[in-house]
Each structure stands twice: as structure tokens, then as C-alpha cells.
Design a protein around this ligand. Structure first.
Ligand SMILES: [Zn+2]
Length: 240
């Protein structure tokens, strides 16, 4: 038990580690075949589902809109516990979930768009280096978390007001503000990010230090960060 607490504590306090694609592809997966469920059907109290801003801008993302609130069963159970714990911290607080599952085809299309930009901007880098750089902004499809139904983008609101995190979810125009720890945000904004981070890590979600709103359970990033022998969620190609 102590060992587990030590790991959670070191993950909480490590704001630097960003897993490389070259490390993540080496993580084995033993798919546990846990079902994907439509989260709004089971999380009715204290969790709001809101489409992320970046989806409304882009019409080809309509199919993503239809499936983005599906997630693995254990993710749903953990979110239920987290939303209850949040109530103990502040009785007006609730979770705002903006994206869970993403179809692998959409991940590929979106990755390719960013990759082409990076390639144009940094033509002297090797292809592997261009992939690693792209992966910091959008996950390399083979190792992506959202395509497994185990990754989640979320934030917290108090009453009707979103907690001030320094930038919104998916606010890629404010690139410097995205990493959990950076020199642009105020102390209060950082404390708000920490509140979310602590809640999620306590339930063994792995944080992504490159985006304050992204956490994952069961995917390769989770296995890597928590030194698991293998990931338990593989890419899901179809939702029945
Ligand atoms: Zn995400």
C-alpha cells in the first residue's frame, strides 16, 4: 500500500515527464475487453458533458461528436467516485467532461494535419523527431489514449462558472499555457489545476504534463507512468 502511495505521490509532483512515442510503442497491451458505455447515461449527478470548443469549429468532426462521451466502464466508475469527492471539497463543485473516446480514423486525420505543419516548420528534423514533436500536441495514433476509451479531457466548475485554469480545454492558440506547470499562469490558476490533478491521480489516472486537462487510465501512457507490466486498454475500432 505504501508503495502505491509513493508512486502516486511521485507522479503528482513530476511536472516534467512527457512520454516519448518511442517509449510508448514498446508498452505491451493485454486488452481486458471491458465494455464502453455512454457516460451521460450512468453519470447523471454532478457531471456535466460539454462538447469541446475545437469540435464545433470543424464539421468533419460530426462523427466524433456522436461518440466522444463513450468511455470504459472502470473510467465511468472512477469518475463517479471523483465527482463525489469533489463535493466534499466544495458543495457547489462539479466535473465538466469534454471528450473521452475518439475514433482512430479521426485521430489519424488530426495527427496528419499537425504533422504536416510541423514538417513544414522543421524540415531539418528527422521524421522520428517530427513525430515526437507532433505527439506533444496530438497523440501519435498508435499510442493514443482517447482511441482506447480510457483517456479523458475534463475540468471543474463551481456553480455555473468554470474554474480559472489559465486557458480553456483545447485552447491551442495559447500554446504556452497548456503545460500543467508554466510561468504564464497565476498561482491561483496553478492551484486550480492541482485540485483536478490530485483528484485524478488519487484514482490512478495518469496525467499528461503537456495539457492540464488530459488524464488517462488503462492505456499505454498510464502503464508507462505507473510502471505497469502492460496496458489493459487497446484501440477500439467500433462502438456497437
Ligand atoms: Zn485528451
Amino acid at each position: 500500500m505504501n508503495n502505491k502511495l509513493n508512486i502516486l505521490d511521485s507522479v503528482l509532483n513530476d511536472f516534467e515527464t512527457l512520454c516519448l512515442v518511442s517509449e510508448l510503442v514498446k508498452v505491451n497491451i493485454k486488452e481486458c475487453n471491458q465494455e464502453l458505455i455512454y457516460l451521460p447515461d450512468v453519470l447523471k449527478n454532478n457531471v456535466e458533458f460539454r462538447f469541446p470548443k475545437y469540435l464545433s469549429k470543424n464539421d468533419d468532426n460530426n462523427s466524433l461528436k456522436n461518440t466522444c462521451f463513450f468511455g470504459r466502464k472502470e473510467v465511468a466508475e472512477k469518475l463517479d467516485e471523483i465527482s463525489k469527492e469533489l463535493l466534499n471539497i466544495n458543495k457547489d463543485a462539479s466535473l465538466v467532461v469534454s471528450n473521452v473516446y475518439r475514433h482512430p480514423k479521426i485521430q489519424e486525420v488530426n495527427f496528419k494535419k499537425v504533422f504536416d505543419d510541423i514538417k513544414a516548420k522543421f524540415p531539418l528534423l528527422s521524421q522520428d523527431e517530427q513525430i515526437e514533436k507532433t505527439h506533444l500536441m496530438i497523440a501519435y495514433p498508435k499510442v493514443a489514449g482517447h482511441t482506447t476509451g480510457g483517456a479523458i479531457d475534463l475540468t471543474i466548475k463551481i456553480g455555473d462558472t468554470l474554474l480559472d485554469m489559465g486557458c480553456e480545454i483545447g485552447d491551442f492558440d495559447k500554446e504556452e499555457y497548456l503545460p500543467v506547470k508554466n510561468s504564464y499562469i497565476t498561482k491561483e490558476q496553478f492551484e486550480n489545476r492541482l485540485m483536478l490533478r490530485k483528484l485524478m491521480i488519487r484514482h490512478e489516472f495518469a496525467p499528461f504534463n503537456g495539457e492540464w486537462w488530459h488524464f488517462s487510465f488503462g492505456d499505454r501512457e498510464w502503464a508507462k507512468i505507473y510502471n505497469k507490466e502492460y496496458a489493459i486498454y487497446d484501440v477500439v475500432n467500433n462502438i456497437d
